[in-house]
Design a protein around this ligand. Structure first.
Ligand code: NAI
Ligand code: 15L
Length: 274
């Protein structure tokens, strides 16, 4: 596959989308932006709902690849998740198939495997204790369930139609880690851009599932499949550890919100406000 140049970035108005709008052009991409919401200072951004098949088809026409971030990013009633994340992601894949788009990078989430018990042990964990990428899916929310569906959809479009996807089970991609759990699952925005670039340019990915995080000292999962794409994380959350642990304490194995990869999503998930 020739290296993609024009990339559709769905969910461009969101937190991660805004970060990637700034970081990805340095890798040589020309971004076409799409979101439900208008984007300040970006009059050319496509304002569309993924539920609108015709708008989605038009949005994907002529791009070389897609980074699919749009959707509900927290817990919500099933009917809302169904429209934005399940039907919306299907509409995007179907439009991409019709328009001959060969590569999608799908923003999956750690919440597709959120009910996986977090590994416990000395830091850093023994490599054998890290959660493997083929651990059974154990969604922690309707939101996580929709990401599990997205991974299956991606596998189906590869097997049936030869469209390639890298599904990135993102941990927490924010400018800084803000919780003790995030020390383990944080992906710096710069590493996020490196990983998306690797996912766009690696050869013969078929459908590859990877965890998305930095090279954290307190890492919980195995980054082997991400590294196999050529991803070389540069960041580590450890410089934030002392302050966060002083403020919040160590993770408590007796606390259900600390016991699983998905953190508080398993017990008290944040709710999508719209
Ligand atoms: P966000 O909630 O800030 O952004 C999502 C964007 O999608 C919003 O701008 C929203 O307007 C747009 N959107 C929602 N429904 C839409 C629809 N039907 N049609 C078009 N656009 C729609 O979320 P964030 O943090 O930027 O995450 C981006 C993606 O990455 C999401 O899919 C999220 O599930 C995933 N992710 C993010 C993580 C993170 O740490 N930021 C962790 C794991 C996954
Ligand atoms: C996610 O999937 C969410 O979209 C994001 O807002 C964070 O909550 C992240 O997971 C996390 O697990 O920290």
């Amino acid at each position: 596959m020739p290296a993609p140049r024009i990339v559709l970035l769905t969910g461009a108005a969101g937190g991660l989308g805004s970060l990637m709008q700034n970081l990805l052009p340095a890798f040589g991409y020309e971004l076409r932006l799409l979101d439900l919401r208008p984007i300040d200072g970006e009059p050319d951004a496509i304002v569309a709902d993924l539920a609108d098949k015709d708008a989605v088809r038009e949005a994907v026409r002529g791009v070389d690849a897609i980074i699919h971030l749009a959707g509900i990013s927290l817990e919500a009633p099933f009917e809302k998740i169904l429209s934005a994340n399940i039907v919306g992601t299907y509409n995007l894949y179907e439009a991409a198939r019709e328009e001959g788009i060969e590569r999608i990078v799908f923003a999956s989430s750690n919440h597709a495997v959120g009910f996986t018990p977090r590994p416990q042990g000395d830091t850093p964990l023994d490599p054998d204790a890290l959660i493997p990428i083929d651990t059974p899916r154990r969604p922690d929310t309707f939101y996580g369930l929709s990401k599990s569906f997205g991974e299956d959809l991606a596998q189906f479009y590869w097997d049936k139609h030869g469209m390639e996807t890298v599904s990135v089970r993102i941990g927490s991609c924010f400018p800084e880690p803000t919780s003790v759990r995030m020390l383990s699952v944080w992906m710096s925005p710069a590493d996020g851009a490196r990983l998306f670039h690797a996912a766009l340019t690696a050869e013969n990915v078929g459908h590859t599932v990877v965890y998305g995080s930095s090279a954290n000292t307190r890492l919980w999962w195995d980054l082997t499949t991400a590294r196999s794409l050529g991803y070389e994380p540069q960041d580590d959350s450890e410089p934030y550890a002392e302050k966060l642990i002083a403020e919040q304490g160590e993770l408590d194995p007796e606390n259900v919100a600390h016991a699983y990869l998905g953190g508080h999503f398993v017990s008290d998930p944040p709710i999508w406000p719209y």
